[in-house]
Design a protein around this ligand. Structure first.
Ligand SMILES: CCCCCCCCCCCCCCCCCCCC(=O)SCCNC(=O)CCNC(=O)[C@H](O)C(C)(C)COP(=O)(O)OP(=O)(O)OC[C@H]1O[C@@H](n2cnc3c(N)ncnc32)[C@H](O)[C@@H]1OP(=O)(O)O
Ligand SMILES: Cc1cc2nc3c(=O)[nH]c(=O)nc-3n(C[C@H](O)[C@H](O)[C@H](O)COP(=O)(O)OP(=O)(O)OC[C@H]3O[C@@H](n4cnc5c(N)ncnc54)[C@H](O)[C@@H]3O)c2cc1C
Length: 664
């Protein structure tokens, strides 16, 4: 029935102030107001329609993305939107596009690695979109190993220029989004060579295409790398290939904040650490963590609403069948994902703070927190994107058969989201970076250097090696200190075990390779501890609204105890808890799921997503699923005609032949 809220009875069950929770989710009343306004603006404009994406061929799909990107910019200018509003509007357009790389990587790379002079020259051009840029780091043969890049950038003192060259096939730039067809410029990473000396990888601003006719400049070969996973999905993006044949750029197009080349060809390093060349990746990894909570909450919103609509079995005495959300197994799969979405939101908020703090310190030449920022962004990017990808797929399964339809919104969300596990650093490679940080922290404990930030607990390692959980009854697991104690002890013990095993190797690098699986597990335990502890920290804040804080406490306990249950082997084998305490945690989880159940719809309504943004019939706000699914089926191009193309040509003759054979 049109106009009827089929989920109203669920909404009436909520025991908390949903509007207040919306503010907590958005981060502030201001952020909620802006995101609400921008999402409605996009949803109400037919130019941003996206329900036909799965049906479009690559060229049509791509052209459509270009139209939307240009139209979005037009609206941003017409409405005089602020940077914050414009960025929100672009995110609600919800279509991966070259603009993501322009705003998300090209501009930040210039901001982070350019000198004042370079900022003055390039930023206005980029900000007004008079040029369009991408981030060209990865090569056909080298992605994770940035130090292994082959592209050469050789200084020619005669002309005061750099000569960029792709010496081998494997040195072709491969993957950069926006590069394939649209970008006019790129920040290109290559090995800087002066006077025959290789100074390692540096970034350079390079013009790729003419601003007059958009044709590639001399010496440049550029194109799209081809279709990617899933129809529609990430194929709105022109990931590209790029080769240089001795292309010349002026010397002042080297990004020179970290180091520079003088007119005479001398290589001069500034006082900032070399690793700042990797700074853009730190920035983007931080944004990816916040995006994880957005993508996971979308999937969870769809699966939760549909689980309340869907009924199977249990019809007794003329009553309808049971809502599948009432099955304990459904709750045990769904509610930890709901809790994870909130957990990732808060850890994302904290990570943004950490990043801003590091940036402020960098301005004052304080580089002390850079290793912590690198380890946290790398580790949390890895943890949250892996969990979100798996979570989206779990939500698809939670929606049964209908989840497999494109109109559920879940297949496309999965296909667009899943490369986050690879891009901006493969998730295993990044966990190994965290492990290095942990091993270094442990190795420095004896020197009296006090660990700070997220590794501060390592300073209590002796106590943590001995500690025993004092949980005696299920409710004791609601105590944040019981949870924190168990997670800290597990993380510390896993790291210490790795460090002890590493010390048995005469060659530490060999040991690191041999023990890398254990190191990855130790890094994961450390990252889970960060998520749990930042959720607990969030709950120390004043959180207004009836029942809001109480529900967040429930979700925090679910996140922690679900992981304790899932990784029980870790907690038991390291002796942090007993098997009895493990089973008490499980008892407590069941009770927590029951507390979420009446509030489940309210908790996903608090994400404040429009139907346009969700683009899911199963996740419709009004729960009017069946009539809309039925209606949608008839829109499929196959249903344009009763008899499909190809039937007369192939199937009718086949049928006839088979009938003839049967009669013989
Ligand atoms: C229905 C529609 C649904 C829509 C859903 C919406 C959701 C999705 C949104 C979609 C939007 C689209 C957005 C598109 C975005 C795409 C972006 C992708 C872009 C890219 O992928 S760019 C390329 C990224 N590449 C990488 O990340 C490479 C990974 N490799 C590395 O980072 C390094 O090589 C690595 C692994 C760190 C090793 O480097 P290396 O130099 O060899 O380092 P060492 O291990 O030797 O370490 C040396 C020293 O440096 C420290 N270090 C390393 N990295 C950093 C750093 N970044 N910052 C600071 N310090 C760093 C390291 O710790 C060592 O320190 P020591 O003290 O130990 O010496
Ligand atoms: C959709 C998408 C968009 C992208 N956009 C851009 C972009 O805009 N700009 C850009 O420059 N790049 C981009 N990339 C490239 C991306 O950053 C790389 O693909 C990513 O960094 C992973 O590197 P790789 O492909 O070399 O993987 P590989 O390193 O080859 O990984 C292959 C396997 O080897 C394993 N492995 C690798 N090294 C180790 C190790 N040391 N120890 C243990 N296991 C290891 C990995 O875990 C993985 O299982 C994009 C990629 C994708 C998929």
């Amino acid at each position: 029935m049109e106009g009827v809220d089929h989920l109203a009875f669920e909404r009436n069950k909520a025991q908390f102030d949903v509007d207040a929770m919306k503010i907590v989710w958005a981060g502030s009343s201001h952020a909620l107001e802006v995101s609400d306004r921008m999402s409605r603006l996009v949803a109400s404009d037919p130019a941003f329609r996206k329900d036909n994406r799965a049906m479009l061929g690559r060229k049509e799909l791509f052209k459509n993305t270009l139209r939307k990107a240009a139209y979005a910019l037009k609206r941003i200018i017409e409405l005089r939107l602020s940077e914050e509003e414009a960025s929100m509007l672009r995110s609600f357009v919800d279509e991966p596009a070259f603009t993501d790389l322009h705003w998300g990587m090209f501009v930040p790379a210039i901001k982070g690695q350019g000198t004042e002079e370079q900022l003055k020259k390039w930023l206005p051009l980029a900000q007004k979109m008079q040029i369009i840029g991408c981030y060209a780091q990865t090569e056909l043969g080298h992605g994770s190993n940035v130090q292994g890049l082959e592209t050469t950038v050789t200084f020619d003192p005669k002309t005061d220029e750099f000569v960029i060259h792709s010496p081998t096939l494997t040195s072709s730039k491969w993957w950069p989004g926006g590069l394939g067809k649209i970008s006019t410029h790129a920040v290109v990473y290559g090995r800087l060579i002066t006077d025959g000396q290789d100074h390692g990888v540096h970034g350079f601003i390079v013009q790729l295409r003419s601003l007059d006719d958009h044709l590639p400049l001399p010496g440049i070969t550029v194109g799209d790398i081809g279709m990617k996973f899933g129809n529609g999905a990430y194929n709105t993006m022109d990931n590209g290939v790029l080769r240089f044949d001795h292309v010349r750029i002026p010397r002042d197009q080297m990004l020179m904040r970290v180091s520079r080349v003088t007119r005479e060809g001398k290589y001069v390093q500034s006082n900032v650490p070399r690793q700042l060349v990797y700074g853009t990746m730190v920035y983007v990894r931080q944004t990816i963590v916040s995006d994880a909570s957005t993508a996971l909450s979308r999937a969870v919103c769809i699966a939760t609403r549909y689980s309340a609509v869907r009924r199977q079995f249990g019809a007794t005495g003329g009553n309808p069948e049971s809502q599948v959300i009432d099955y304990k197994t459904q709750q045990a799969r769904l509610f930890p994902l709901l809790a994870s979405a909130y957990a990732f939101r808060f850890v994302g908020e904290w990570l943004k703070w950490l990043y801003t703090d590091v940036m402020t310190r960098l301005q004052a030449n304080d580089f002390s927190t850079l290793p912590e920022a690198h380890a946290c962004t790398a580790g949390l990017k890895s943890l949250t994107t892996s969990a979100t990808s798996d979570g989206i797929e779990e939500c698809r399964k939670l929606c049964g058969g209908h989840g497999y339809l494109c109109s559920s919104g879940l297949p496309e969300l999965f296909a667009v989201y899943v490369p986050t596990c690879t891009y901006e650093g493969d998730n295993i490679v990044l966990l190994l970076q965290v492990a290095r940080h942990l091993m270094k922290t442990i190795s420095q404990l004896g020197s009296g250097k006090k660990p700070v930030g997220t590794v501060a607990y390592m300073g209590r390692v002796e106590q943590l090696m001995e500690s025993r959980s004092d949980v005696q009854k299920a409710e004791d697991w609601l105590n944040p200190s019981a949870v924190l104690g168990a997670f800290e002890a597990r993380a510390a013990r896993k790291s210490v075990a790795c460090a002890k095993n590493l010390s048995k190797f005469s060659n530490p690098e060999e040991g690191f390779l041999e023990l890398s699986n254990d190191l990855v597990e130790a890094a994961r335990a450390h990252c889970q501890l960060i998520v749990v502890s930042k959720f607990i920290d969030k709950l120390q804040q004043d959180i207004p609204g009836k029942g809001v804080k109480q529900l967040l406490e429930v979700l925090c306990s679910i996140y922690a105890l679900f992981h304790l249950h899932k990784h029980l082997g870790d907690f038991l084998s390291t002796g942090c808890i007993t098997s009895k305490q493990g089973s008490l945690a499980n008892d407590q989880l069941r009770s927590l799921y029951s507390q979420v159940r009446p509030n489940a719809i309210g908790l996903v309504d608090a994400f404040n997503y429009t139907d346009h943004y969700l683009s899911s019939i199963l996740g419709r706000y009004d729960g009017n699923v069946y009539p809309k699914l039925y209606e949608e089926a008839w829109k499929d191009p196959l249903n344009d005609s009763v008899i499909p193309d190809g039937f007369q040509e192939y199937i009718r003759p086949m049928l006839k032949q088979q009938l003839r054979n049967a009669r013989l």
